[in-house]
Design a protein around this ligand. Structure first.
Ligand code: ADP
Length: 162
């Protein structure tokens, strides 16, 4: 069994769906490094530091998890960390085409890096960071979707940004 796996993503913000994937990965690998992407094609609500801090807050109960940020290609980051495993989460049908495309492109870029897909509990299959942002921006409650400590931080941050 490989020791270290890398879970890269935007995490804008981390949700219970991401945490579910991280908990699963942490039972399979000795160490899981979460790489919070510096550059992303998505427009982020939270800064890199805020996203990384929220990931740290949401995963502090898992001992073999480490949180970092990275820039550039995710596969290069995986190799830099002496790993050859990239974790991705797979939700409902909509993720499949996109994730397959990325995984195949990554294989072309770095054939030694294997992408492993994990699936969350069914209640998180339709949960996304975008949904959480949409709800909080309209004043709704996100307590079902992120840990309590994170929903408090997010509510405060969102007021600040308004
Ligand atoms: P990216 O911009 O890299 O897609 P995200 O933070 O949106 O970053 O997602 C990171 C990974 O986590 C992706 O593989 C995505 O499919 C997965 N993911 C996001 N939300 C969930 C969820 N609710 N359940 C399982 N996996 C998820």
């Amino acid at each position: 069994m490989k020791e270290i796996a890398i879970y890269p993503g935007t995490f804008d913000p981390i949700t219970n769906g991401h945490i579910d994937i991280i908990e699963r990965a942490a039972t399979i690998f000795n160490k899981v490094i979460i790489g919070v992407a510096e550059e992303t094609y998505k427009e982020c609500l939270f800064t890199l530091k805020e996203r990384a801090d929220l990931v740290k807050e949401g995963t502090k109960h898992i001992p073999n998890v480490q949180v970092e940020s990275f820039s550039g290609l995710a596969v290069n980051y995986v190799l830099k960390k002496d790993s050859s495993v990239m974790i991705r989460g797979l939700r409902a049908v909509s993720d499949f085409e996109y994730e397959l495309q990325i995984a195949l492109a990554n294989r072309t870029l770095a054939g030694d890096v294997e992408t492993i897909f994990l699936i969350p509990q069914s209640k998180y299959l339709y949960l996304s960071s975008s949904l959480v942002k949409q709800i909080i921006s309209t004043g709704g409650s996100i307590k079902e979707y992120v840990p309590k400590s994170i929903s408090d931080i997010m509510a405060a941050k969102f007021k600040e940004k308004k």
